[in-house]
Design a protein around this ligand. Structure first.
Ligand code: PLP
Length: 349
């Protein structure tokens, strides 16, 4: 057998996530991965690295619980929200038997984590308004153990209607978990559904420090859920998932000073988002969809052509699978001005 043949069939057939990093590019302006433009400073103490870290460092769990307004028993930390997705599927879905359900266009990792684990996926597209298609979900719940929904949704940018999330929770009671991916909720904190944890024992919420907290490289995410679910996830998590320096930095990011800084940076990015939206909306043939995260989905008449011209000119954006749409991450004001000016010059030729 060749090495390739030794790999599991599902892995041989898998197309890995086309992350912005993997796609490469040679840019001056990187607005393709919804990263923060802010580079913040932290102090790291290098003593104590000879010891293993705690699986769930209490100071980190307590800091995030305080930020999110939940109990520490309702928080699990992992290597990014992506590991949270993986753990949920691993712990709740029997391979070759159970399914997840997700609603495209949305984040790609739900499908990829399911496939990697030999778990099938029921695909129920969002409505034309990019909301949950509750009737279609209701008729596709056979064998579904986990429903994934993302709000603000990546890549469309809209929030899911709270009443629809409640309907989804009602129809899945005692049947399946409902995972609401709130990776971008810090840009719209009042729209979190974390208060629903008190009513629905099968609700799970994913959070991350990668976006608003400007720590994509740190790899620190959180799963919020009732303690029954957290205890099950703790059975399948790696023994030492959180490196000691990660805890140190994350705790500083979640301190009062760190939170105040994030709040200021979120306001700054929201202003830049409004600037980009206003400027792009004025261009003929361009539609900008309202976005609640640190990115905008924008429709052009020939997105491929524009995307490629931008790419070769060093402005790296993200091509979305939605027809003629490009996702633009909100950078600093200079990056937004340059990107807008370049697009304007291209469309006016
Ligand atoms: C970025 C992103 C994540 C992953 O976050 P990490 O914490 O960096 O793993 C999860 N969900 C959505 C919708 C995202 O856009």
């Amino acid at each position: 057998m060749t090495i390739t043949q030794l790999a599991r069939k599902t892995v041989r057939e898998l197309t890995p996530y086309q992350s912005a990093r993997r796609l490469g590019g040679n840019g001056d302006i990187w607005l393709n991965a919804n990263e923060s433009p802010f580079v913040n400073e932290y102090n790291i103490n290098l003593a104590g690295l000879n010891r293993y870290s705690e699986c769930q460092p209490p100071e980190l769990i307590n800091a995030y619980a305080d930020y999110a307004g939940v109990e520490p028993q309702q928080v699990l930390t992992s290597r990014g929200a992506d590991e949270g997705i993986e753990l949920i599927i691993k712990a709740f879905c029997e391979p070759n038997c159970d399914s997840i359900l997700y609603c495209p266009p949305t984040y790609g990792m739900y499908a990829i984590s399911a496939e990697t684990n030999g778990v099938k996926a029921n695909v129920v597209p969002l409505t034309p308004e990019w909301q949950l298609d509750l009737n279609a979900i209701a008729t596709n719940l056979d064998n579904v153990k986990v429903v994934f929904a993302c709000s603000p949704n990546n890549p469309t940018g809209n929030l899911l209607a709270r009443k629809d999330i409640i309907s989804l929770l009602e129809m899945t009671t005692d049947k399946a978990l409902v995972v609401i991916d709130e990776a971008y909720i810090d840009f719209s904190l009042q729209d979190s559904v974390k208060d629903l944890l008190a009513t629905y024992p099968h609700l799970v919420i994913l959070r991350t420090l990668s976006k608003a907290f400007a720590l994509a490289g740190l790899r620190c995410g959180f799963t919020l859920a009732n303690s029954d679910i957290i205890d099950i996830l703790l059975k399948v998590i790696a023994p030492y998932p959180v490196p000691v320096p990660v805890t140190e930095i994350a705790v500083q990011a979640l301190s009062a000073a760190g939170r105040a800084r994030t709040k200021f940076q979120v306001l700054d990015l929201c202003a830049n988002r409004a600037y980009l939206q206003a400027g792009l909306s004025m261009l003929a043939g361009v539609t900008v969809f309202d976005g609640y995260g640190n990115y905008l989905l924008v429709k052009f008449s020939d997105a491929d052509k524009l995307f490629n011209t931008l790419w070769t000119s060093g402005i790296i954006l993200r091509r979305s699978p939605i027809e003629n749409c490009i996702r633009i991450s909100v950078g600093n004001r200079d990056e937004c001005e340059k990107t807008l000016a370049f697009i304007r010059s291209q469309l006016q030729q």
